[in-house]
Design a protein around this ligand. Sequence first.
Ligand code: MF3
Ligand code: CO
Ligand code: CO
Length: 259
Amino acid sequence: MIIIKSKLEQEAMRVAGHAAGQVLEDVAGFVAPGRSTKEIDEFAAERIRHYGGTSAFLGYRNYPCHICISVNEEVVHGLASDRRLRLGDIVSLDVGVKKDGFIGDTARTVPVGPCDFEKQKLIDVTQQALYDGISCALSGNRVKDISRAVQNCVEASGFSVVREFVGHGVGRTVHEDPQIPNFVSAGLSPELRPGMALAIEPMVNAGTAAVKCLRDGWTVVTRDERLSAHFEHTVLVTEGEPEILTCLEKKPSRLKALS
Ligand code: MF3
Ligand code: CO
Ligand code: CO
């Protein structure tokens, strides 16, 4: 069942989304060579508190960290550890902040120091795929329209979309209906309506789409050990343009350029 948010709930989603966006911005700025992922998670915990929220991930299905930190071939749900970031790594940061009962969910992949052309291309294409998906989050469209836009962008660049993990509705809990795959498959797909809050989140592999989960029970990695990137925004479907709740700017120019 897809939950339509009331005007009041939408306002709470804006507040939570803005906090999540702020935290992600701060944490991305904290990423540097020599920092351990544990230090980054602790910094994230402090920033989440600073903005008056709590981690939406800590304790979710017993997840043990405040945010998800996934390095290089790690796709999602990476666990904080003593591992230190090195120049040339790419690191995916996924932040879920709960405020006043509602959750904002947002992710981005950043390079550690300067990065070569191929890595930057993977990052740029994944971000573009997110914005292509967002531009289809329109009342009257179907979930499938988002999926198709993401998949087309990714595959046109020769990369692949992960199948095992998908975007989702978000609200009082991290994962609500509907699922939002980053690929199209046969069958009916729900129609989008104003008041739906969606976490759109392409996970993109440089090589093949295949992934596996490590023995820690959480960390998802590419099977071919090539790089993976992840971008995510929480988006509100409105009567008009999609509203990005986890964006720091009111009207992101990238989306304007696309619409
Ligand atoms: N951040 C993930 C998502 O975007 C969910 C993480 S759940 C956790 O859907 F338990 F791994 F934190
Ligand atoms: Co997320
Ligand atoms: Co999500």
